[in-house]
Design a protein around this ligand. Structure first.
Ligand code: SF4
Ligand code: SF4
Length: 120
């Protein structure tokens, strides 16, 4: 550690900041990162397995308009999600997956609730 305050200040000025210029810069994710869920509405069979296994009551099955009429599909409250991946594991058709999307910044907490159409 430099004792001379001038050297100390000069080092601080030249130091690369450890913070990112948000939102232009995003944090990089690892290969096994689990982020925001994605739903393929065409292959969801409305079995509710994802909602039943979710350990934090994050998923609610809601009425959703599809080409084949109204079906129950998962709505996810990202504010409650633990990103544990159990819903993805249990999904029999593989239509619900966790992506590497880490964009969880919201100004209004109501925006954390994602209807099936918004996960598509
Ligand atoms: S990742 Fe885990 S906490 Fe999040 S919705 Fe799926 S089961 Fe629930
Ligand atoms: S997302 Fe998968 S587990 Fe959830 S209701 Fe649809 S088919 Fe079932």
């Amino acid at each position: 550690m430099a004792k001379n305050p001038v050297v100390k200040v000069a080092r601080e000025i030249l130091r690369t900041p450890s913070t990112l210029e948000f939102p232009e810069q995003k944090e990089s994710t690892t290969d096994n990162y689990r982020g925001i869920e994605k739903l393929d509405m065409k292959t969801c069979i409305s079995c509710s397995s994802c909602a039943l296994i979710c350990p934090n009551s994050t998923i609610t099955m809601v009425d959703t308009e599809t080409e084949r009429g109204t079906k129950k599909m998962p709505e996810i409250n990202l504010e409650r999600c633990l990103f544990c991946g159990l819903c993805e594991e249990v999904c029999p058709t593989g239509c619900l997956t966790l992506t590497k999307n880490s964009d969880l910044e919201r100004c209004d907490r109501r925006e954390f609730i994602k209807r099936p159409e918004e996960l598509d």
